[in-house]
Write a protein that binds this ligand. Structure first.
Ligand code: GPU
Length: 828
């Protein structure tokens, strides 16, 4: 038993006076600056340190309680966490936002100025990474024992600039000033191996054993980011791994006297955690990517097993104390790695290990798109991870035996189900490994899960129907309402109180007031103020002036053909042409935001043409305020939180069957934007929730898309019947908007006429008709306000808290463990 003063945790005061003291001290003791000379950035850092010491205190309290209560924990394994800024979120979730604001004011510093200095932590591409960040926040908020594991990329998502029309990528050096939120844990390092070979050890009795020898070794070092719950004392942890060379990296070169080469090799081994691959929903076939995946998976699993054993549990209790969620297939090598750790390192029998692994893992699928499905050439896997390749063969062998037994003689089915794809030059199908190695597989919206069962995983679904569940995505109301939309938060508080902040279903209390004229006016005033806020930012970033009294029509998301930014662009060009022809069209501001993967030429071409069209439209004196088109540069979490509350209309217009869920659709609707959308992803559930009156649905359904493709689409024939659409396509391909590269718009014309793989042309008429329905409703301010209020009131289902409870109950089997206020430490 340690002495009481050793076990004591500090208990720092959270009042204005106490915070002021901590902040002023931190300027001197941590930043090393004289408070008389401290810059705004110095004060920001000092404030962050004052918060983080309070966070870590609660983190330790939380950890003590979890250990005392023998809780089951969930570990979320994700290559991406799209967190955004942390300062305001941490202040709010720690319950010290207002005292800190006052303390800073007392020190002569404006908190809002400070908040704006922080770089986004952009360790993710899009929806998948943002979902991971929302899930961690909700786990802490609801008091679940849940931890994130990922990679501490030195460089996150690139910064996007337009020069002047096309996208140019700049490195995101987010750690250049250091990072006050992380705790480097130099004592938490694990060795990670690559390459080498496997040696078999035959035993006369018992199983053959394997050792993995003569590879290269790199260390994974932990960096901890405490994650605070809102309105609770629970603080969980996100552990990100950075690659560090081992101490005696490459002895060979030292012995040969090539000191410089040895040091260069050290740098090389640390590149593993250098940069996030900026690809969204596209598999990357690079060796470095496979090494990143294995690197963070191995470190995380070693850490999980260490903790499990240190807590005094035995390995047979693993599935009772540990759930591991695989965020898409990026961490799916975990199935083989856990087997290696259990069998080779902890000497469990294969069958026992397999039973434990399967009951521990679960896998979330985020797309059906073939180009996103990860497969690794057997040859590459064999070279980089030789032991894992052997383990995968063994898993596959056992699995196919089972299939053979169930479907004797059905060789086609065996080939379809096999973890090894033998058709395309022998590749490991990571999705198959994930399904076989998990006890649950989930899609992220009802339609998506249904399509998974009917298409991609049909054979697996027939084999194990009980393994498949749906968990519809959600978003955290703390960031996407309270932080992003303080004006609406305030209004909601006045009308229905603040319970909805913890239980978003309570927004329904707003329903009876939807036609209350006072509320409608207040609601429209809030929206207008948010539009002014956005217009100011747009002016600052692009120089374009926006009229806040015009409809703000917003499409913000990664640039992808299937998301159909081109459908919106055709509408813009159509409107522009008609305005020039003297037609009276409803005015609108169209705002795009989003990044294209650097190697995705078509997506980059889409950005370029939008910028070129925008430039012409915005400078045409004949147009004035009737049409403005803006491509908001460098769309990221922090700009999303300004754009979303200002949107009147949310564009969710993907080709049906292609968007797994969407989450931007939820953020926008929650903030009162009405959706124009296809029956795709979670749009379907949003329609069911908000009602037909508050959403503009259009276009082919997923079934109709399949049918349409089967019938052999003919865009030219459709164009021949739709003069407005034809004129828009002609206007583009004629070079009317060409500012930069002549020829590129001709190519776009050919693409639409002869390829149109996502049926922009086929859905165009229905789309513009939906836009017109929106225009008509928008013109009736009362009717619009009512629909928008009802929209907000009915979005409760899309809280990430509901999503996390669904995972907890259907998949993880964990329960909340709220940290009691005065436990252990006598703290108030
Ligand atoms: N998604 Br796969 C990504 O953001 N990145 C990916 O690599 C893959 C999927 C998205 C889906 O496209 C989107 O529909 C979904 O809402 C989101 O994941 C979270 O589930």
């Amino acid at each position: 038993m340690a002495a009481p003063e050793v076990t004591h945790l500090p208990n720092l005061p959270n009042d204005v006076e106490g915070l002021r003291q901590s902040i002023r001290d931190a300027v001197v003791r941590v930043v090393g600056e004289d408070p008389r000379q401290a810059t705004e950035r110095d004060w920001m850092e000092a404030l962050a340190f004052a918060i983080r010491e309070r966070m870590v205190e609660r983190r330790l309290l939380t950890r003590r309680q979890f250990a005392d209560e023998d809780v089951k924990r969930v570990y979320y394994l994700s290559m991406e966490y799209l967190i955004g800024r942390m300062l305001e979120a941490n202040l709010r979730n720690m319950g010290i936002l207002e005292p800190a604001r006052q303390a800073m004011a007392d020190l002569g510093v404006n908190l809002d100025t400070i908040l704006d200095l922080e770089d986004d932590a952009a360790l993710g591409n899009g929806g998948l990474g943002r979902l991971a960040a929302c899930i961690l926040e909700s786990l802490a908020t609801q008091g679940y024992p849940g931890y994130g594991y990922g990679i501490r990329y030195e460089f996150g998502m690139f910064r996007q600039e337009f020069e002047p029309y096309h996208q140019v990528e700049h490195p995101d050096n987010w750690l250049r000033y250091g990072n006050p939120w992380e705790f480097p844990r130099s004592d938490r390092k694990y060795p990670i191996h690559f390459y080498g070979h496997v040696v078999e050890h035959h035993h006369p009795r018992g199983e053959t054993r394997y050792t993995w020898e003569n590879g290269e070794e790199v260390l994974a070092m932990a960096y901890d980011y405490p994650t605070a719950g809102y309105g609770r004392r629970n603080v969980n942890n996100l552990r990100l791994w950075a690659a560090k060379a081992t101490r005696d990296f490459d002895l060979r070169y030292f012995n040969e006297g090539d000191y410089i080469r040895a040091v260069a090799d050290k740098a090389e081994s640390e590149t593993i955690s250098m940069v996030l691959y900026p690809n969204d929903a596209t598999a990357i076939g690079k060796e470095l990517r496979l090494k990143q995946e294995y690197f963070f998976v191995s470190a995380s699993l070693q850490d999980i097993l260490d903790r499990h054993l240190a807590l005094g549990y035995n390995l047979d209790a693993l599935p009772d104390k540990v759930a591991i969620q695989l965020n898409d297939t990026h961490p799916a090598i975990a199935v083989a790695e856990l087997m290696r750790l259990l069998v080779d390192c902890h000497e469990l029998s294969w069958d026992r290990a397999w039973d434990l692994a399967r009951r521990t893992f679960a896998y979330t699928n985020h797309t059906l798109m073939p180009e996103a499905l990860e497969t690794w050439p057997v040859e590459l896997m064999e070279r980089v991870l030789p032991r894992h390749m052997g383990i995968i063969y063994q898993i596959n062998h056992d699995f196919l035996e089972q299939v053979r037994h169930r479907y004797p003689g059905d060789n086609d089915r065996l080939a379809r189900l096999s973890i090894i794809d033998e058709q395309n030059g022998r590749r490991v199908r990571m999705a198959h490994l994930a399904v076989v190695g998990s006890h649950r597989v989930n899609g992220v919206a009802a339609l998506h899960t249904q399509l998974l069962q009917e298409t991609l995983f049909e054979d697996f679904y027939n084999l194990w129907p009980e393994r498949f569940v749906n968990v519809t995505n959600g978003v955290t109301p703390r960031l996407w309402m309270i932080q992003a939309n303080p004006a609406l938060t305030e209004l909601l508080g006045q009308r229905i109180g603040n319970d909805w902040q913890y239980d978003l279903d309570r927004l329904r209390a707003l329903e009876p007031y939807a036609h209350d004229a006072d509320l409608q006016k207040a609601f429209l005033d809030v929206k207008r103020a948010n539009k002014v806020r956005l217009a100011n930012l747009v002016r600052e970033r692009t120089g374009v002036e926006l009229n806040p009294d015009v409809m703000f029509d917003v499409q913000i998301k990664r640039i992808h053909e299937y998301k159909r930014q081109l459908l919106k662009l055709l509408h813009v060009v159509d409107l522009y042409r008609r305005i020039r022809a003297g037609e009276d069209v409803a005015p609108r501001v169209v705002l795009f935001g989003g990044k294209a993967a650097p190697g995705y030429a078509r997506a980059k071409g889409i950005i370029q043409v939008i910028n070129e069209v925008a430039d012409i439209v915005n400078h045409d004196p004949a147009v004035g305020d009737r049409l403005k088109c803006v491509f908001f540069p460098n769309y990221e979490v922090s700009s999303a939180s300004i754009i979303i509350p200002a949107a009147d209309v949310s564009e969710q217009i993907s080709t049906a069957g292609f968007e797994a869920s969407g989450t931007g659709n939820m953020k926008l609707a929650l903030n009162g934007a009405l959706t124009i959308g296809t029956l795709d992803g979670a749009n379907i559930e949003i329609r069911d929730a908000v009602g037909e009156e508050s959403i503009f649905i259009f276009g082919m359904t997923a079934d109709e898309v399949v049918e349409h493709r089967r019938n052999g689409p003919n865009p030219e024939a459709i164009l021949a019947q739709q003069p407005n659409l034809a004129a828009a396509v002609e206007m583009i391909e004629s070079g009317f908007f060409t500012c930069d590269d002549p020829g590129t718009h001709g190519d776009l014309g050919r693409y639409l006429r002869h390829e149109d793989p996502f049926f922009v042309i086929a859905d165009y008429a229905a789309y513009t008709e939906a836009c017109e329905r929106a225009d008509t409703l928008y013109a009736d301010r009362t009717a619009w306000a009512e629909a928008a209020i009802l929209n907000v009131a009915r979005m409760g289902y899309f809280s990430i808290d509901r999503t996390v409870r669904d995972y907890a109950n259907q998949i993880w089997d964990i329960i909340p463990e709220p940290v009691a206020p005065s436990r252990t430490n006598g703290a108030a």
